[in-house]
Each structure stands twice: as C-alpha cells, then as structure tokens.
Design a binder for this molecule. Structure first.
Ligand code: NDP
Ligand code: 2IT
Length: 444
C-alpha cells in the first residue's frame, strides 16, 4: 500500500467515529498524492503525514453554568491545538449543538493549511462547544462564556493560542470571553480576535471573511475573462460570512437573489435588501423567513433547496456538507459556472469532484474563506504594536492577501500539471510551507 493510503487507513482505525475529520484528511491527502509520491521514502522516514494528522494537543472540558430558571446546565468544551509549525495556534470557536471532537478536528486540520496559505505567521487550531446560543438570553450567554473561558484561559495566550469567532460566536460572545480572560489573568493582550473596536478589535474583521471571499472569487473570474458584475448569485446562510459576502457582491454590481438559514431560504428576484437582513439577523437575532414580512414580492421556502435556484455564481456560506452531488448537478444544469466556499467544507467530496470534472470554476474553503483568519492575524499585529490601522489600510492588506492566495494556489496547480484545479493547488501550497517549517524545527 502507498504511504498516503496507509496513513488514511490508520486515521480511520485510530478514530473510527470521526467522519468529518476523515473527510477533511482524505481531501487533503488525495491532493498531496503527487507531491508525496515524488519523494515517498523521505516523507515516510520522517513520518511527515503521521505528524501532520495528529494534533499536538486536544483539550476537552466540562462547562457548567446556570440558566435563567436557576437550573444548572453542563456543556462540553474543546480546543484542538493542531499545529504550531508556523506560529501560535490560531482559529475560531464554534458554539453549535452539533460540535464534537470530529468537527473541531476537521476544522483545526483545515485551519493549518488555510493559515499557511495566508502567508502570515499563524499555526492551526480550533475549538468550541455543543452549547446552543439560539434562544438564550444575554445573561445565559454571558454565564456560559465566563465558565467556558474559566477553563480555556489556562491554555491560551497572545503568543500561545489565539481563538476567534465561528458559527454561533460573534461580537457578543467574544466580548464576554475577553472580559473573563482579562479578569482571571489580569492581562490586557491580544488573546482573542474579532474583538469590539472599543477594546482592541480591528476594522474590517467583521466584514473580512465575506469580503475576502468575494475578492478571491473576482480574482479567479478575472483570470478566466469574467467578473462578478451584473451576475446573479446565490449565497447560502445568513450569518457573518453570508451577510458580508452579499455586501461586497452588491458593491461590485452583482445581484444576490437568495439567502438561507437552517430552517429555509428566501428568494428575492429583485435582489436581496441587505439592510433588512442585517436588522433581522444582527439586531433581532431572528429567522430568515421574517424577510418576506417586509418584502412581500420575495418567497420563503421551508427546508433545503437553495441550490435549485438558477444562478451564475454560488457561494455556500453556512456549514459543512450543505452542498451534495445532486445540488452540484442541479447548479451546473441551471448554468452555474463558479462556486467559491465561504463555509468550511460545505461541498461534499462528490460535489467537489463533480465541479472539478465539469468545468465549474471552484475555489475551496481553505483559500476562499481565509480572509477572516488573515484579518485576525492583522488584528494580532495591531494589538502587538498598540496601534489601530484605518479601514482602508486593513481592507487593502486583505485584498492583497486574497490575490496572493489565488496566485499561490494557481501556481502550485500549474507546477504539478493540474492548471485550474485550485483544490490541489491550495492543498499543495499550504502543505509545502508547513512541511518546510516542520522539517526545520526537528522532531518535536
Ligand atoms: P454564523 O453563526 O454567523 O452564521 C451561520 C449561518 O449558517 C446561519 O445562517 C446558520 O443558520 C447557518 N447554519 C449553521 N449551521 C447550519 C446547519 N447545520 N444547517 C443549515 N444552516 C446552518 O456563522 P459564520 O457566518 O461565521 O460561519 C459560517 C461558515 O463560515 C462556517 O462554516 C464557518 O466555519 C465559516 N467561516 C467563518 C469565518 C468567520 O470569520 N466567521 C471564517 C472562515 C470560515 P441558523 O441561524 O439557522 O443556525
Ligand atoms: O474558520 C475560520 O477561519 C474562522 N472561523 C476564523 C478564525 C480566526 O481565527 O479568525
């Protein structure tokens, strides 16, 4: 058996139930096959892949808190410190009932390569909890965050591990987490990113993932003689990434006709009114179906199905495995020619393969959504310097970073004879830097 297959088999054997983690590892290692096979003996001797797929550390902990009725609740918290080869662990925290070790490991594994591609000195990590912020009062969310940080603060620090937001963790949660870290440690340091602008946050971090997604999509389209201007776009989700991808698309003259949440999706043929969506999601913390109350021309449909809406460009920005092979076929047959992943691993492996085999321009998550973590790294830089850069400065750096990520993925794909395959390109380019850093630092 070849080295790649051996390692894939061992990952499954050692963690049989971690299906999302298997999926992420398989996707990366399949892309690396050409690189590994060119130098298999050396990689095998150094156990490069075994070291890469084994997290440096996994922390799992109890999070007890008291709800508004006086009832004690217990959740499970995680932090996976996956790789510090190129910098302190960096990656978000996800609060969602589906969070388990497999989910945080898949996200942490992806983060290693994404952070490598960003060109900035950050390692890979991820964390979260099965806590569900939906329907909780602000006081309950604060109680949970304080308890979560009371344990997590032992393992993080501005030069050690710097968490940020992800699904269910936005400005409110980061504020409560930061306050508790400061209270316990007495340190006012850049230990979290995505902070509010009044206490060390960076301009553009809120918008960064969505804006960055559109910048790299535009770069890919330009490369193929196209652009987002005047195109019809379907964006899934209606959280942080979806909202700011929509905002940038609209600024660039595209028409976004659909958004969704976990209950259903809205279709507005006139183009989504983003002020309404921001009011529903960022202010009221409501459901996307409320959109039709003020936009009676729009249609709300319960359940999945957003990918059946005809579009030129599709941006999945909700969650993992939200776009399967049937969805991919439907998109293609309706004329969609460009897909870029705002969410982490939103396309199943079969859907990704279909896009690659059927001439759909496809930008994978670890390149497409890297604008968020990159701007987090810019927030870390500003915190270290005790400086704040202007919106224009940060936005220009973000755009530069996204264009560079495109170049790296494009160049690596060409070097290995797979021009236009940005999945392979992103995985290979991300891997090359991590391995060089690992080799330089010896067996640690
Ligand atoms: P938010 O919590 O702000 O929004 C998440 C959105 O996705 C909501 O509309 C939510 O709907 C929907 N969603 C979540 N889970 C599911 C599910 N199981 N089925 C259907 N819809 C679902 O999160 P973000 O916008 O920050 O994150 C979205 C994606 O982008 C995630 O994959 C995340 O990992 C990724 N990402 C985020 C970055 C960031 O900076 N925030 C950076 C890079 C990637 P509902 O409200 O009904 O749950
Ligand atoms: O998946 C991701 O890259 C994020 N959720 C952002 C991580 C970060 O540290 O900003």
């Amino acid at each position: 058996m070849g080295y790649v297959d051996e390692v894939l088999a061992r990952v499954k054997e050692k963690s049989p139930n971690e299906v999302e983690f298997h999926q992420a590892v398989k996707e990366v290692l399949e892309s690396l096959r050409v690189v590994i096979e060119a130098n298999e003996e050396a990689y095998r001797k150094d156990a490069v892949l075994e070291r890469l797929v084994e997290p440096e550390r996994i922390i799992s902990f109890r999070v007890p808190w008291v709800d508004d009725k006086g009832q004690v609740q217990v959740n499970r918290g995680f932090r996976v410190q996956f790789s510090s080869a190129i910098g302190p662990y960096k990656g978000g925290l996800r609060f969602h009932p589906s969070v388990n070790q497999s989910i945080v490991k898949f996200l942490g594994f992806e983060q290693i390569f994404k952070n490598s591609l960003s060109g900035l000195p950050i390692g890979g990590g991820k964390g979260g909890s099965d806590f569900d912020p939906k329907g909780k009062s602000d006081r309950e969310v604060m109680a949970f965050c304080q308890s979560f940080m009371t344990e997590l603060c032992k393992y993080i620090g501005a030069d050690v591990d710097v968490p940020a937001g992800d699904i269910g963790v936005g400005a409110r949660e980061i504020g409560f987490l930061y306050g508790q870290y400061k209270k316990i440690t007495g340190l006012y340091e850049g230990v979290l990113t995505g902070k509010g602008l009044t206490y060390g946050g960076s301009l553009v971090r809120t918008e960064a993932t969505g804006y960055g997604l559109v910048y790299i999509t535009e770069e890919m389209l330009n490369h193929h003689g196209k652009s987002v201007k005047d195109k019809t776009v379907v964006v899934s989700g209606s959280g942080n990434v979806a909202i700011y991808a929509t905002e940038k698309l609209q600024q660039l003259g595209a028409k976004v006709v659909a958004l969704s949440d976990s209950n259903g999706y809205i279709y507005d043929e006139n183009g989504i009114n983003l002020d309404t969506v921001k009011e529903i999601k960022e202010v009221r913390r409501g459901r996307i179906k409320e959109y039709v109350e003020t936009h009676p021309n729009a249609v709300y449909t319960e359940g999945k199905g957003i990918w059946s809406i005809p579009c030129d460009i599709a941006l999945p920005c909700a969650t993992q495995n939200e776009l399967n092979l049937d969805d991919a076929k439907t998109l293609k047959s309706n004329g969609c020619y460009c897909v870029a992943e705002g969410a982490n691993m939103p396309s199943t492996q079969e859907a990704t393969d279909f896009f690659l085999e059927n001439n759909v321009l496809f930008m994978p998550a670890k390149a497409a959504n890297a604008g968020g973590v990159s701007t987090s790294a810019l927030e870390m830089s500003q915190n270290s310097q005790r400086m704040s850069w202007t919106f224009e400065e940060v936005d220009a750096k973000l755009k530069d970073i996204m264009v560079n990520i495109f170049k790296k993925a494009d160049d690596a794909a060409k070097r290995y004879g797979m021009e236009g395959n940005y999945v392979a390109g992103a995985n290979i380019a991300g891997f090359e830097k991590v391995v060089e850093a690992m080799n330089a630092q010896g067996i640690v």
